[in-house]
Design a protein around this ligand. Structure first.
Ligand code: UD1
Ligand code: CA
Length: 460
C-alpha cells in the first residue's frame, strides 16, 4: 500500500489549439505543460505517478520516456468528465492511502502549494482537501461554496451556478488531495445530470461530506497556479507570465538585464551573479552559466554549461561545455558535443562540432573543427577545415599542444598533427605530421609567361 500517489488528468484534446499534439504537450517556455506539472509532482515525490491520457497517447508516452522518472499511463477512451477520468486510474486509488489529483494543463501548480494542502489534509483527517485560488476573473471555473465553519460544502461549476454562486471569487484550481478509499467509494455515485452532461470529479466533494468526512480548502497565495491554456493566445499569456517570473527571480539572484527585450530563459537554467544577459537571447533546456559572463546579444543556448567570465556574443550553442574565460563570437556555432577549454578564443564564422578544444587555443575566423581533439595553445589561421567525413564514415583529427595550423589548411581525417608542429598556408594535409615539424602540401608556383588567354581578352 502506497502512502501517496498522484493522478494527472491529461485526456483533453485541446481542439482550439489546432495542433497535431495533445493539449498537455503544448509548450510553455519550450517545455510541455505536462512537464511543468510533473516537475512539481516529482519534487513532492509520491510513491506512484499515473497520467490519464486520451487521444495522442503515443505522443504522451514518448514524452514521458524522455523524463527520468517512470509514470504509469492509463487511457480514457471517451471523454466523459474529470470524475470518469479519475475512475480510469482505479488501481492507483486501491493501492494508496492518499491521492493527489492534478490537471495536466495547469502548469504553474507548485510543490509548496501541494505540500501546504497535504498538511491541512492530514492534520484535519479530511476526506478531501481542495486547492483553491482567487484569480482576477473567476469566470469559467468551479466556485468554492463554504459552510458556516469555513469548510468546503461543495463546488459548483460555472455552467451550473446561480447568480449568487457566480459572484464567489474563490475557485477550484482543479488540484486536490483525496483520501483514496473515500474517493473510491464516491466515484461510482457521481451522476452526469448537469449542464455539461459529464461526470464531475468536483461532485465527489458533496458525496464525501455526506459519508461523514471533512472537506477542506487550501487557498493558494499564488493566483497563477490555476492558469491553463485552451488556445494559442492563452499559451502566450502563460509564456509571458513564466518568462517574467524567471527573469525577475534571476535578477534577485544578481543577474543583470540592461533590457529584457527578446530574452527568453527556460525553467531549468541557472545563471551566476554579475552575468549580463543581452537582448534577443534564448537560453533553454538544462543550462548552467557561471558568474560574470556576458551572454548575447542574439544568442541561443541549449543544454549548455558555461564557466565564469565567458563571453558568448551572437553564438548558437547546443549540448556543449564552455570553460571559464572563453570568448566566443560573434557568429559562431558550437554544435553538440563541443568542449571548449579555458580562455579559448573562437571568432566569427567558426563552427565547432563534437570536439575538444584545449585551453588558450584560438580559431579566430572562418573555420570548421569537427570530430577533433585539439590541444592547448593551438592557433588556427583563417579558413581552416577538418575534413572529417569521406561520404560514408566520420574520422577524428588530433592536434597536439602549441601547433600552428596555417591559413586555409585542410586536415583530411583521420590525421594527427604533433605538438608544436605547423602546417603551411593552403596545405591539404593527408599524412600525420610529427612534433616540431612543418608540413607543406601544396604545389610550387609556376609562372607561365605570355599567356594566350590574356591576349584574347578584349582590352578596355
Ligand atoms: C475543472 C473543474 C473546475 C475547475 C477547473 C480548473 C470539474 C468538473 N471542474 O473544470 O471546478 O475550476 O477544472 O481548471 O472537474 N480531463 C480528462 N478527461 C475528461 C475531462 C477532463 O482527462 O473527461 C482533464 C483535462 O484534460 C484537464 C482536466 O481534466 O486537464 C480538467 O478538465 P477541464 O475540462 O479543463 O475542466 P474544467 O471545465 O476546466
Ligand atoms: Ca480547464
Amino acid at each position: 500500500m502506497n502512502e501517496t500517489a498522484c493522478i494527472v488528468l491529461a485526456a483533453g484534446d485541446g481542439k482550439r489549439m489546432r495542433s497535431d499534439k495533445p493539449k498537455v504537450l503544448m509548450n510553455v517556455l519550450f517545455e510541455p505543460m505536462l512537464g511543468w506539472v510533473l516537475d512539481s509532482v516529482e519534487e513532492i515525490n509520491p510513491d506512484e505517478i499515473c497520467v490519464v491520457v486520451g487521444n495522442g497517447e503515443e505522443q504522451v508516452r514518448a514524452y514521458l520516456e524522455t523524463r527520468g522518472r517512470l509514470c504509469s499511463v492509463v487511457r480514457q477512451t471517451e471523454r466523459k468528465g474529470t470524475g470518469h477520468a479519475v475512475m480510469q486510474a482505479e488501481n492507483v486509488l486501491r493501492n494508496s492511502k492518499s491521492v493527489l489529483v492534478l490537471c495536466g494543463d495547469a502548469p504553474f501548480i507548485d510543490a509548496g502549494t501541494i505540500n501546504a494542502a497535504l498538511k491541512i489534509h492530514n492534520e484535519g483527517h479530511c476526506g478531501v482537501t481542495v486547492i483553491a485560488a482567487v484569480p482576477d476573473d473567476p469566470f469559467g471555473y468551479g466556485r468554492i461554496v463554504r459552510d458556516t465553519n469555513g469548510d468546503l460544502l461543495r463546488i459548483v461549476e460555472q455552467k451550473d451556478a446561480d447568480e449568487n454562486q457566480r459572484s464567489i471569487g474563490e475557485i477550484n484550481s482543479g488540484a486536490y488531495w483525496f483520501d483514496s478509499a473515500a474517493l473510491l467509494e464516491a466515484l461510482p455515485m457521481l451522476m452526469n445530470d448537469n449542464a455539461a452532461g459529464e461526470y464531475y470529479l468536483t461532485d465527489a466533494v458533496s458525496v464525501i461530506r455526506k459519508s461523514g468526512r471533512r472537506a477542506a480548502v487550501c487557498t493558494a497565495e499564488n493566483k497563477y497556479i490555476v492558469l491553463g491554456a485552451n488556445s494559442r493566445a492563452d499559451l502566450t499569456v502563460l509564456n509571458n507570465y513564466a518568462r517574467e517570473k524567471i527573469i525577475n527571480e534571476l535578477m534577485l539572484e544578481g543577474v543583470e538585464f540592461p533590457c529584457t527585450d527578446g530574452i527568453i530563459i527556460g525553467k531549468n537554467v541557472e545563471i551566476g551573479r554579475d552575468t549580463v544577459i543581452l537582448p534577443n537571447t534564448v537560453i533553454r533546456g538544462k543550462c548552467r552559466i557561471g558568474c560574470g559572463c556576458e551572454i548575447g546579444p542574439n544568442s541561443l543556448l541549449e543544454d549548455t554549461t558555461a564557466g565564469d567570465g565567458v563571453i558568448l556574443n551572437n553564438v548558437q550553442s547546443y549540448q556543449s561545455v564552455v570553460e571559464s574565460g572563453a570568448h566566443i563570437g560573434p557568429f559562431s556555432q558550437l554544435r553538440s558535443g563541443s568542449h571548449i577549454g579555458r580562455n579559448v578564443k573562437i571568432g566569427d564564422f567558426v563552427e565547432i562540432k563534437n570536439s575538444n578544444i584545449g585551453e588558450k587555443t584560438s580559431a579566430a575566423h572562418l573555420t570548421y573543427i569537427g570530430d577533433s581533439d585539439v590541444g592547448r595553445g593551438v592557433n588556427f589561421g583563417c579558413g581552416c577545415v577538418t575534413a572529417n567525413y569521406d561520404g560514408i564514415h566520420k574520422f577524428r583529427t588530433k592536434i597536439g599542444d602549441d601547433a600552428f595550423i596555417g591559413c586555409n589548411t585542410n586536415l583530411i581525417a583521420p590525421v594527427e598533427i604533433g605538438d608544436n608542429a605547423a602546417t603551411g598556408a593552403g596545405s591539404t594535409i593527408t599524412e600525420n605530421v610529427p612534433s616540431n615539424a612543418l608540413a607543406v602540401e601544396r604545389a610550387g608556383t609556376r609562372i607561365i609567361d605570355d599567356w594566350e588567354m590574356n591576349k584574347k581578352r578584349p582590352r578596355k
